[in-house]
Write a protein that binds this ligand. Structure first.
Ligand code: PGA
Ligand code: ZN
Length: 417
């Protein structure tokens, strides 16, 4: 079976926010792959530039004029060569000529085309015969921060993690029930609750951080009791959005509070203790490696995860490793551009026993590739929402993978404590 690239076709499509994005088809002699790029709203400063000047239209031109002529004739099996070619054509350190999202869509479509050329599913092709572990779904239930407007929590995401589930389907079921139960509570507490949801499908409500945590805690406990396994909870503080450099403080607007780095540390530690949080993402802003290291030292039973801190960038991870900043890392391939770049970061994180959390973006499409990457690359957690089309595309794909694996399927090893 030949995986020689015969054509690259790119087009403009839309994400769940109705924003323009890029979709790429890679056609080989015997196969086909298609991938579309997502987009973040609370982006890390160190992320790649998504598109060249001129946006998606310019990116399409770059593919036709510069990229396709270089890739046609190459073998899709050699992902490193494909991704290296994208870097060579671009020539910058942040993909500003062709766009990081352009690189992402080509890179993922290529991986898919290679798998398809040999008659494999993507997770089999990338992960081999030992790839049979399903990730635990980390699901957004209540939105705040930059993902909302108006009187909502200051913290960006209130997350459920059903880490006691025996199967992916059970875990996804628990998350859906927690999500539903939270709406019931919000309806009772606030007559004006409209049932509005954010881009990630999490509820938008006129409540503060502590209220949101209480409501989530109750829902996790009730559903956990009914389903007879542990449903943990966590938060994504997305603290870079709260950090005001000039004031040297995290500004919690709704709460009307400012916290300097020391106060922020105390506050987050209190939340971890009071709500038994098993997961905290970006508790400090993206340049404060020291505070990340401090909190990581202080907690024993909680994942401290870097998203904006690392931006899936191996150099930034190395900086974190030197100091002991965080014990978990978000993997968003489009933060860094290509699959090969992400794999370098993933391998480094694994060598250093960081927990891998592969993640969607708030602006996303029905592209399901991260579901396969989670299984192939043995990520014990996937953060991809609970409801909303772009989230369900990934959840349902994992249900299919679990079904396909049958008796061989098991849940990933997730060391929380
Ligand atoms: P983004 O945020 O996709 O809007 O950047 C999600 C996150 O911070 O995890
Ligand atoms: Zn985040």
């Amino acid at each position: 079976m030949s995986a020689i690239i015969e054509d690259i076709i790119a087009r403009k499509v839309f994400n769940n926010r109705g924003e323009e994005t890029i979709e790429v088809d890679v056609i080989t002699t015997n196969g086909f792959g298609r991938a579309a790029a997502p987009a973040g709203k609370s982006r890390g400063k160190a992320e790649m530039v998504y598109y060249p000047q001129g946006g998606v239209d310019q990116a399409l031109k770059k593919i036709d004029e510069l990229i396709a002529p270089e890739l046609v004739g190459l073998n899709a099996d050699f992902q490193e060569e494909i991704d290296g070619t994208l870097h060579d054509v671009d020539g910058s350190t942040n993909f500003k000529l062709i766009g990081g999202n352009t690189a992402f869509a080509i890179s993922l479509a290529n991986a898919e085309a290679a798998a398809n050329s040999h008659g494999f599913l993507l997770f089999q092709f990338l992960g081999g015969s030992t790839a049979n572990a399903l990730p635990y779904p980390l699901g957004n239930t209540i939105s705040g921060g930059q993902h909302t407007r108006g009187k909502t929590p200051d913290i960006q995401e209130f997350l459920a993690l059903p880490h006691g589930a025996d199967s992916f389907l059970e875990a996804a079921t628990a998350n859906a029930q927690i999500h539903r139960r939270i709406a019931d509570t919000l309806r009772k507490k606030d007559k004006l609750f409209s049932g509005g949801k954010s881009d990630e499908g999490a509820w938008i409500a006129n409540i503060g951080d502590l209220n949101a945590l209480e409501i989530l805690a109750t829902a996790c406990e009730e559903v956990g009791n009914e389903m007879d396994f542990e449903c943990g909870m966590g938060i994504d503080v997305a603290a870079s959005s709260l950090w005001k450099g000039k004031k040297k403080a995290y500004v919690y607007e709704r709460e009307g509070k400012k916290r300097d780095a020391g106060e922020q540390l105390e506050f987050i530690l209190e939340l971890i203790k009071k709500y038994h949080l098993v997961y905290v993402e970006d508790p400090f802003h993206e340049e404060d490696y020291e505070s990340f290291a401090e909190i990581t030292k202080k907690v024993k039973e909680c994942l401290i995860c870097g998203d904006d801190l690392f931006t899936t960038n191996n150099e930034r991870l190395n900086q974190g490793l030197k100091l002991g900043a965080a014990n978990a890392i978000i993997i968003k391939v489009n933060q860094i551009g290509t699959l090969t770049d992400a794999l370098e970061t993933i391998e480094n994180a694994k060598r250093n026993a960081y927990t891998l959390v592969i993640a969607h973006r708030s602006g996303d499409t029905c592209d399901w590739h991260i579901a396969h990457l989670a299984v192939a690359l043995k990520c014990p957690i996937i953060k991809t929402g609970i409801v909303e089309g772009a989230r369900i595309a990934k959840i349902n794909e994992l249900i299919r993978v679990e079904h396909f694996l049958g008796d061989r399927a098991r849940m990933a090893e997730l060391k929380l404590f």
